[in-house]
Design a protein around this ligand. Structure first.
Ligand SMILES: Cc1cc2nc3c(=O)[nH]c(=O)nc-3n(C[C@H](O)[C@H](O)[C@H](O)COP(=O)(O)OP(=O)(O)OC[C@H]3O[C@@H](n4cnc5c(N)ncnc54)[C@H](O)[C@@H]3O)c2cc1C
Length: 427
């Protein structure tokens, strides 16, 4: 057969790393990218600075991957976050560590990372066809033989790595193209859903924009169902918006909202916000009582505003039907407890999330049950491999998704090369 050893479909972080790995392993490799630019999503990740990976140890990395972390164990140990760092440093890209273990290029520019990957891929000898959308996969005698292009041409190879990404932020090129290809070859597709995405609420005070623009640092958000069962607790910053709640802690909760609603769309969900997760209710109560004893004439609202922004203090007073000028001395213990209840368990009804197109990451995709974790090979079609977000894997933001893309890309590329180089070509 005249063609390549390995074709990689998709020039995101997973595909770029897969192509580099396959070519480095000695396989003649072709990269097919539908867009004009490689690494578009990578280029906007981490606020345009590219959160390349995360420095945390493996158990913590795994804890930040709510979408099928165990399946990823082989890939993450084969090519770890430390290996990713060493890889980039070998390309002359120095990384710096920021809060929560996040690693960024010292340049603070995603383009540094994308250009380094692309330049290295080309220097390795990978052939790249940009502006080349793949229409579907070609299978002959039950094994992978290449890809059919949208313009009708065929690109032939012994092995194919599918790294087409998820279906979120479609303007970057990830439009879920590979789901039907994989389905036609017998892979189950877990329906895609939005994750790492802001939460929506139909509470009247959200629609009325009462809290819009208020941000809170280091809160905890606990998601509960109608029976009060805790679905998750996530810590971090939040921001009230005109549709609901955003910020890192809200994004982390979104996976649990989406998966709960996939199981039971009618289940009412509530986010309970603890504005002071490091201070007990008892401590807050003691401080209010001390203030009441020392400074009884002071207005409750101004004392409350020592704790939360004034707009929030006024809002809480209203929720409890209190006179805005109520003095501390007039505030009973029972009332204090109610108020503290709002500070420690502020209830925000959750309607859902923003749609998949707006999500940072896609949940769902090609089922991991149909993929061999130690090679990323398809269990249904010899010569077919998967890498990155096209699979039913996803992580919290913080460099974890990009780590998953690089680790699975590396493993898939090496495995595809080993397979291709061991096979006699079809005649
Ligand atoms: C705004 C934003 C910020 C983010 N920030 C972070 C962050 O801070 N930390 C983190 O870990 N993750 C972050 N992510 C997520 C991360 O960028 C993705 O998880 C990662 O890019 C997935 O890599 P991938 O290679 O699997 O897919 P993608 O990066 O989506 O690449 C897929 C590629 O396949 C190509 N393709 C698709 N279909 C075809 C076809 N038919 N033919 C040929 N080519 C095709 C696409 O054009 C695209 O180039 C962010 C995402 C967004 C949108």
């Amino acid at each position: 057969m005249d063609g390549f050893d390995v074709i990689v479909i998709g020039g995101g972080p997973a595909g770029l790393m897969a192509a580099i790995a396959a070519q480095t392993a000695g396989a003649r490799t072709l990269m097919l990218e539908k867009g004009h630019k490689l690494g578009r999503k990578l280029g906007i990740s981490g606020g345009g600075r590219c959160n390349v990976t995360n420095a945390k140890p493996l158990p913590e990395l795994m804890a930040n991957i709510p979408g099928n972390a165990r399946f990823l164990y082989s890939a993450l140990t084969h090519f770890s976050n430390h290996d990713i760092r060493t890889f980039f440093e070998s390309l002359g890209i120095r990384l710096k560590e920021e809060d929560r273990g996040r690693l960024f290029p010292v340049s603070d520019k995603a383009a540094t990372v994308v250009n380094a990957l692309v330049d290295h891929m080309l220097a390795c000898g990978v052939v790249v066809w940009q502006d080349t959308p793949v229409k579907n996969l070609i299978v002959q005698n039950g094994r992978m033989t290449g890809a059919r292009l949208q313009d009708g041409r065929e690109a032939l190879a012994t092995a194919v790595v599918v790294a087409t990404g998820g279906a979120s932020v479609p303007q970057t090129g990830s439009t879920g193209d590979a789901y039907p290809w994989a389905r036609d070859l017998g892979h189950h597709i877990v329906p895609p859903y939005p994750t790492e995405v802001p939460l929506t609420s139909d509470a009247a005070f959200i629609a009325e924009k009462r809290l819009m623009g208020l941000s809170f640092d280091a809160v905890s958000v606990t998601l509960v169902n109608s029976k009060g069962k805790r679905l998750t607790r996530e810590d971090g910053d939040i921001l009230f918006s005109h549709f609901g709640l955003t910020g890192p802690a809200a994004l982390r909760v979104s996976h649990y909202v989406s998966t709960s609603q996939l199981k039971n769309p009618d289940e009412p969900l509530t986010a309970l916000i603890d504005f002071f997760p490091d201070v007990s209710a008892e401590d807050i109560r003691r401080q209010f009582i001390r203030a009441r004893e020392r400074d009884g004439k002071r207005e409750l609202k101004t004392r409350l505003a020592d704790w939360v922004p004034e707009r929030m203090a006024g809002f809480l007073m209203e929720q409890l039907d209190l006179n805005p000028h109520q003095e501390l001395a007039q505030t009973s213990n029972a009332l204090l407890d109610q108020l503290i209840g709002w500070l420690k368990r502020f209830p925000l009804p959750i309607a859902g999330t923003l749609p998949l197109a707006k999500a940072t990451v896609t949940g769902g995709g090609v089922s991991i049950k149909d993929i061999v974790p130690s090679t990323m090979a398809s269990k249904h079609c010899p010569g077919l491999y998967f890498a990155g977000e096209v699979m039913d894997v996803h992580a919290h933001t913080g460099g974890y998704n990009i780590t998953v893309a690089f680790s699975t890309g590396r493993l898939a590329g090496e495995s595809a090369a080993a397979y291709a180089l061991s096979m006699l070509p079809l005649t």
